[in-house]
Design a binder for this molecule. Structure first.
Ligand code: SDX
Length: 393
C-alpha cells in the first residue's frame, strides 16, 4: 500500500474515474460528455442534456420523445406525499422539505433492482419528473394554497414555472429557465455529487442517493451560496457601498458569496452565460436593482482577489435570473437541485457499473491505550456554565 499526503478537502485527489463531464479550471472550459457547455446552452434543452449525461449520448428524435413522454406522465405526486408535506412547518427551508420528500419516494417505490435497466430507467424518470413538482408544491402549500397540478401541455421548464407562479410563463422566461437548468445539470465530482456517489456505493436505493445529495447541496459553501448572494447584495444596498463592504469582509476574513472555486481559477463559464441570460431578461422585463451592485462587486473582487484566482462562480449571477423569473430567494437552491438531479443520477449509474464501496482511510490523531476511568473519579472536560447555556438554548 502507498501512503499519500493528507489533503484537507481532498484537494487534487482523484476519487473516481468518470466520462460524464470535464472541467478545465485554468481555461474556463466545461463539457458534458465532451460537448461544450456554451453549445449545449445554445442548442440543447434540459431533458435532452439529462439524457446525454445519464445515457452517455445524445438521443435520437424518437428516444427523446419517449423520454419526454415518460417524464410528463410521472410528474404528479402521490397524495400521501402531499399529505406528508402538509405537516412540514411553513418556516422550514425548502431544501429540507425537498430532502425529506426525495427520501420519502423510497417508501413508495421500495423495490430495489440495481442490475435491472428497467428499474434504473424508472427511477431516473420518477426523480426527474417529481422533484420540480415537490419544489413547487411546497412553495404553494407553505402559503396555505393547494398545489397546482402539472400541466400536460407544457414542457418541463414551462410546467415548473406554471406550477410555481400559477400561470403560464412567458416564452422567453421559460426558455431562459431551461438554459439555467442545463447549465446546472452536472459539474464533475463536486461535494453533492461525491455525496451521491458515496451513498450509491453502498448499493442503497436511488431516492436515498438523491436525498443525501440534496442535503449536501444545501450548504452555503456549495449550492446554498446562490441564496446567500442575494442576501449579500441586499446588505450592500448600493453601488457606493461595494468597496467598503468588500474591505470589511476581507478584514474579517469572511468569504464573498458567489466567488471562488476549487477548480476554476478564472470566471466560471456558467457565470458568463448566466450574466448574459440576466441581461436578456432585463431587456424584456426591466433591470434588477441589484445588478449594478453585482457588476461593481465583480470588478472590485477582481482587483483585490484576482491574483488568487477568485472570480464569480455559477452561484453569483443565477439568483438575479431567478428573481426576474419570479422565483423566491429560498427556492434558488432547490432549483439548483432540480437541475443537478441529472448529474447525480448519471454518477449513480456510472458508480453502479463499476462499484466498489467508498471506504477511504484516515490519519488518527487521538490517544491510544487509554485507561477506562470509573465515573466517580472523572473530571469534566467541559465548562459547566457553557453546558448550562447550551441546555438553556
Ligand atoms: C458551487 O465544486 C463544484 O463544482 C461546485 C459547483 C457545482 O457546480 O457543483 O461549482 C457549485 O458550489 C459553487 C461554489 C459556491 N460557493 C460560494 O460561492 C461560497 C464562497 N466561496 C468559497 O467559500 C470557496 O471559494 C469555495 C468553497 C467555493 C472553494 O473553497 P476552497 O477550494 O476550499 O478554497 P479555500 O476556501 O481554501 O480558499 C482558498 C483561498 C483562501 O485564501 P488564503 O487563505 O489561501 O489566502 O482563497 C480565498 C481563501 O480565503 N477565497 C476567498 C473566497 N474563496 C476563496 N476569499 C474571499 N471570498 C471568497 N469567496
Amino acid at each position: 500500500m502507498t501512503f499519500c499526503e493528507y489533503k484537507p478537502g481532498l484537494e487534487g485527489i482523484p476519487a473516481t474515474q468518470s466520462s460524464i463531464s470535464y472541467v478545465d479550471g485554468q481555461k474556463g472550459i466545461l463539457e458534458y460528455r465532451g460537448i461544450n457547455i456554451e453549445e449545449l446552452a445554445k442548442s440543447s434543452n434540459f431533458l435532452e442534456t439529462s439524457y446525454l449525461l445519464i445515457w452517455g449520448g445524445l438521443p435520437t428524435k424518437d428516444e427523446l420523445l419517449d423520454f419526454e413522454h415518460e417524464i410528463r406522465y410521472h410528474r404528479r405526486l402521490k397524495y400521501r406525499i402531499r399529505d406528508m408535506m402538509k405537516c412540514f412547518p411553513e418556516s422550514g427551508h425548502p431544501m429540507d422539505a425537498l430532502q425529506a420528500c426525495a427520501a420519502a419516494l423510497g417508501l413508495f417505490y421500495s423495490r430495489r433492482a440495481l442490475d435491472d435497466p428497467a428499474y434504473i430507467r424508472a427511477a431516473v424518470v420518477r426523480l426527474l419528473a417529481k422533484i420540480p413538482t415537490m419544489v413547487a408544491a411546497f412553495q404553494l402549500m407553505r402559503k396555505g394554497n393547494d398545489p397546482v397540478q402539472p400541466c400536460d401541455d407544457l414542457d418541463y421548464s414551462a410546467n415548473f414555472l406554471y406550477m410555481l407562479n400559477e400561470r403560464e410563463p412567458d416564452e422567453l422566461a421559460a426558455h431562459i429557465f431551461d438554459v439555467c437548468l442545463t447549465l446546472h445539470a452536472e459539474h464533475t465530482i463536486n461535494a453533492s455529487t461525491f455525496s451521491a456517489m458515496v451513498t450509491a456505493s453502498t448499493l442503497t436505493d436511488p431516492y436515498a442517493v438523491v436525498a443525501s445529495a440534496v442535503g449536501t447541496l444545501a450548504g452555503p459553501l456549495h449550492g446554498g451560496a446562490n441564496e446567500e448572494v442575494i442576501t449579500m447584495l441586499e446588505e450592500i444596498g448600493s453601488v457606493e457601498n461595494v468597496r467598503s463592504y468588500l474591505d470589511d469582509c476581507l478584514q474579517r476574513k469572511a468569504k464573498i458569496m458567489g466567488f471562488g472555486h476549487r477548480v476554476y481559477k478564472v470566471k466560471d463559464p456558467r457565470a458568463i452565460i448566466l450574466q448574459d441570460l440576466a441581461e436578456q431578461l432585463f431587456e424584456k422585463f426591466g433591470r434588477d436593482d441589484y445588478y449594478d451592485i453585482a457588476v461593481e462587486l465583480e470588478h472590485a473582487v477582481e482587483e483585490r482577489l484576482g491574483h488568487k484566482g477568485i472570480y464569480p462562480n455559477v452561484d453569483f449571477y443565477s439568483g438575479l435570473v431567478y428573481r426576474k423569473l419570479g422565483i423566491p430567494t429560498d427556492l434558488f437552491t432547490p432549483v439548483f437541485a432540480i437541475a443537478r438531479v441529472a448529474g447525480w443520477l448519471a454518477h449513480w449509474k456510472e458508480q453502479l457499473a463499476e462499484n466498489r464501496i467508498f471506504r477511504p482511510t484516515q490519519i488518527y490523531t487521538g490517544t491510544r491505550n487509554a485507561s477506562y476511568i470509573p465515573i466517580e473519579q472523572r473530571q469534566s472536560t467541559h465548562d459547566r456554565a457553557f453546558l448550562a447555556a447550551l441546555i438553556a438554548e
